[in-house]
Design a protein around this ligand. Structure first.
Ligand code: ADP
Length: 195
């Protein structure tokens, strides 16, 4: 078990993990770390950059071993460059673990203190949000409804089960369909209680 403390913001694609995660991090000082952002920051010409493009473009998850390797290397880099101090800082993980195998593999990197689940059972809200985000941010995987549906299927098939790997007392469910300020308020309340 690692000494690095982490909170986890969890939910399907388009549930607001990135938006709420960034605001929660700014308000509390915890360090927001999104694996989607890490992957999008890879050089597109690199081996891993190409691998990411092929999986993400099809709405599929990148394989576990390589995901955890890239994640661990990134965390190590933050520590080595004094951007994260394990003895006083905590992470807010967004996008990892996304499979039960990843939950097992990251145990040696981070110790998960609490999980905030952004719950949105109505997928039509998600599809609408992501298609709108595609126009603003230009993400290719958001622009195509077939790819969005594939991502939601990956979430149901592989990611939803991750919650079963953690003790129920670590999990707080938040209604992710509310307006962003209310979701932030509920997340902050849960964070203060969990801290
Ligand atoms: P969203 O939550 O909207 O799907 P992300 O930015 O979190 O967006 O992820 C984009 C893509 O990055 C995913 O579809 C997947 O291909 C890849 N990805 C991100 N995190 C992981 C992970 N932990 N394991 C495997 N693939 C991942």
């Amino acid at each position: 078990m690692s000494d690095i403390s982490a909170f986890l913001i969890f939910g399907p694609p388009g549930s607001g993990k990135g938006t709420v995660g960034a605001k929660l991090a700014t308000t509390t000082g915890i360090k927001h770390l999104s694996t989607g952002d890490i992957f999008r920051g890879l050089s597109p010409a690199s081996e891993n950059g190409k691998l990411f493009a092929s999986y993400a473009g099809a709405g599929k998850l990148v394989p576990d071993e390589v995901t955890v390797k890239i994640f661990s290397r990134f965390v190590g880099g933050l520590i080595d460059t004094n951007k994260f101090a394990p003895e006083k800082d905590s992470f807010l993980l967004d996008g990892i673990p996304r499979t039960v195998a990843q939950a097992e593999l990251i145990k040696s990197v981070v110790n998960i203190k609490h999980i905030f689940v952004l719950d949105i059972p109505d997928y039509s809200i998600i599809v609408e949000r992501l298609l709108k985000r595609a126009k603003i941010e230009g993400r290719k995987d958001d622009a195509d409804e077939t790819v969005i549906r594939a991502r939601l299927k990956e979430y149901e098939d592989k990611t939803a089960a991750v919650l079963g790997a953690y003790n129920e007392s670590l999990i707080t469910k938040i209604n992710g369909a509310q307006d962003p300020d209310t979701v932030l308020r509920d997340s902050l309340t849960a964070y203060i209680k969990a801290k």
